[in-house]
Ligand binder design. Structure first.
Ligand SMILES: [Zn+2]
Ligand SMILES: [Zn+2]
Length: 140
């Protein structure tokens, strides 16, 4: 069975061609695309696709934890196939979003725990200049 069909069934979602297409697209394009990008890329192969459908599918999939919605950039919603918690770095120069893996350890987390909060997930947003952009700057 198609693994995307399996993912949808596991979450109790109806299997529709649009849901499959968008899941597959996000899995293959791990670039944190925005809705606009997803729409224009998929539109090429599926001329009947509407932007509303893309919005609705993204909404359903994120509710079912099949993808993650990022709001790191205040102007747009970015979609991430990797649903498990991880951190992100937004480059202010090239606007690329990088995945950062690894445990988030800081004094704030220890403090929060010591105050009796149980932390299940930490999503960190880091902003600055990425490696390739800072390299380019130095060479100027
Ligand atoms: Zn950059
Ligand atoms: Zn990510």
């Amino acid at each position: 069975m198609d693994r995307y069909v399996e993912l949808l069934r596991k979450k109790g979602l109806k299997v529709t061609p649009q849901r499959l297409e968008i899941l597959r697209y996000l899995d293959k394009n791990r670039i944190h695309p925005n809705i606009e990008r997803i729409y224009s890329d998929l539109k090429k192969g599926h001329p009947s696709l509407s932007k509303t459908t893309v919005y609705n599918v993204i909404d359903d999939l994120s509710r079912a934890d099949l993808l993650q919605i990022l709001t790191i950039d205040r102007f747009e919603i970015l979609c991430d196939f990797k649903a498990e918690p991880h951190h992100h770095f937004l480059c202010k120069e090239c606007h690329k979003v990088y995945d950062l893996d690894g445990d988030f350890s800081c004094h704030l987390l220890e403090k929060i725990r010591s105050e009796g909060f149980q932390v299940d997930e930490v999503h960190g947003y880091f902003k600055g200049t990425c490696r390739s952009c800072s390299k380019g700057k130095k060479e100027e």
